[in-house]
Design a protein around this ligand. Structure first.
Ligand code: CS2
Length: 474
């Protein structure tokens, strides 16, 4: 955008082709710019309507500026501000779910993309199946106006089916293994409970490509807002900040082959995303969560501070080499040690203030695919994993809600009440044993297999603290 134009100067805009559920900072810093670049390269009507599933905050912040915003890249050589003009409207689902379903059912809309975080799939993290006891799902089965993301998708597909239109492609962009398969399973399960014909049609004609998404996008802080104002001369309530790196790997399976020209702008279109997803979820997100719980307990506020701490540097590199990489099958042409080396450089980028507290959120939903999957492969192969066991114990210590200095921790997790109820009255290592009984996170066999080691790692954390316990590994 030329410097003289205003943020609300929208010019000729493409038609709406994508509705995005869960328009948070991540998709605004990752998917939206990439879709804009694809349109610049090869055109197409891929304008985006964003949907907020809970609060009107993003809509209210972006509306006065015509939904155009700044994405600020924070690299070692300083900041680069880009104006992102891809979102044309933001709807707030709880205010008017009917309006959201209508736009999703519009036959011009070809893709419903999602970043609703792990808990937005309303599934059981340990099994990957739709959670039929979830309050929103119970309501969505009987009410025509849905509350959950799967409910919105199913009801919009129902309208398209009734009108004789093709389904849309559902493009999950959340950090879940085989996210396309997962959302497909959830959608089919829910639709079967609403209308068996609808479910059969979705199973036959629907497309649910899996994707691997990667860019570190910390929550925007007031210092970022000041910096954007200083650099662009404009006050914006909700710019986004991100690291320079990005990677998007997508299975090329869209309804009618209709999608933005992703291949023209560096998105990797592949037949099978699974090896990329496993690599990223286990190597990046697995160490991120380990660093978040252990780092937080050790008093580190950000990931770059954790990476700067020599004890943690050694620990993270040990995790990659000895515990995570041996259980992975590398994607074609990828050297996992090189990948690990680049990850560490990204973690050490101190211009990104990525809070350990932010990453620690929703651990019950994240642990299975980030850490427990590697642990379970290692158990099957007879490999020891003291580092990942310690990370699990650190999550248990963290959700206990009191840090090593005795100060309260603001634990955010959809299961926080349950976690507290099962373990609140237990003492010492028994707390860890009680938490291993939470079936939403740990299956029975798996819990039995790791029980004694998690208990002693937990006790070690109580006795010597996180930093020393980390230093003892490797
Ligand atoms: C992080 C991710 O908050 C978290 O749990 O691990 O958001 C991470 O920054 C992204 O997946 C990087 O692509």
């Amino acid at each position: 955008m030329p410097a003289s134009s205003t943020m609300a100067d929208t010019g000729n805009r493409p038609g709406i082709g994508i509705v995005h559920l869960g328009l948070g900072a991540f998709f605004r810093a990752f998917g939206v710019p990439w879709i804009c670049e694809a349109m610049q390269a090869e055109g197409g009507d891929w304008g985006i309507v964003g949907v907020s599933l809970r609060s009107p905050k993003v809509r209210d912040a972006l509306k006065p500026q015509g939904f155009i915003y700044t994405a600020m890249e924070l690299g070692p050589e300083g900041e680069i501000c880009r104006t992102i003009n891809g979102v044309q409207d933001v709807l707030v689902a709880p205010e008017d779910p009917g309006a959201v379903i209508s736009i999703m059912a519009d036959p011009d809309v070809k893709i419903i993309s999602l970043t609703v975080t792990e808990k937005g799939y309303c599934h059981n993290p340990a099994t990957g199946k739709l959670d039929l006891d979830h309050a929103d799902i119970r309501s969505d089965i009987v009410e025509a106006l849905p509350k959950s993301a799967p409910g919105l998708i199913v009801r919009a597909l129902q309208m398209r089916h009734a009108a004789g239109h093709a389904p849309f492609t559902v493009l999950s962009c959340d950090n879940l293994p085989e996210n396309g398969k997962l959302i497909r399973g959830v959608i089919l399960d829910l639709s079967r409970r609403i209308d068996a014909d609808l479910a059969a049609w979705i199973a036959e004609d629907g497309c649910f490509p899996s994707t691997m998404v990667d860019r570190i996008v910390p929550a925007t802080k007031s210092a970022d807002i000041d910096c954007v104002k200083f650099l662009t001369g404009r006050y914006e309530a909700a710019p986004v900040v991100h690291e320079p790196f990005r990677q998007w790997v997508v299975e090329d399976e869209f309804v009618g082959g209709q999608r933005p020209a992703f291949d023209a702008v560096g998105v990797q279109m592949v037949a099978d995303v699974a090896p990329f997803e496993h690599m990223k979820l286990r190597m990046l997100n697995g160490t991120h969560s380990s660093m978040a719980y252990l780092g937080y307990l050790a008093g580190h506020e950000t990931i770059s501070q954790v990476a700067e701490d020599r004890v943690f540097e050694k620990f993270v590199k040990y995790l990659w080499t000895e515990e995570i990489i041996p259980a992975l099958k590398p994607p074609p042409d990828v050297d996992l040690q090189d990948y690990a080396g680049h990850l560490f450089i990204r973690y050490a980028n101190s211009s990104i203030r990525h809070l350990t507290w932010q990453i620690a959120m929703d651990g019950s939903q994240k642990l299975p695919q980030r850490i427990l999957s590697t642990l379970s492969d290692n158990i099957a192969a007879g490999r020891k994993s003291p580092g990942l066991i310690l990370a699990v114990a650190a999550w248990m210590r963290y959700v206990g809600g009191v840090d090593e200095k005795g100060a309260p921790i603001d634990v955010r997790d959809p299961l926080s009440e349950l976690l507290h109820t099962v373990s609140g009255n237990e003492k010492g290592g028994d707390k860890a044993l009680a938490l291993l009984g939470v079936r939403e996170v740990f299956s029975t066999d798996f819990a039995t297999a790791i029980e004694p080691r998690v208990k002693s790692a937990y006790e070690r954390l109580l006795t010597v603290g996180a930093r020393r316990a980390v230093g003892e590994i490797g």
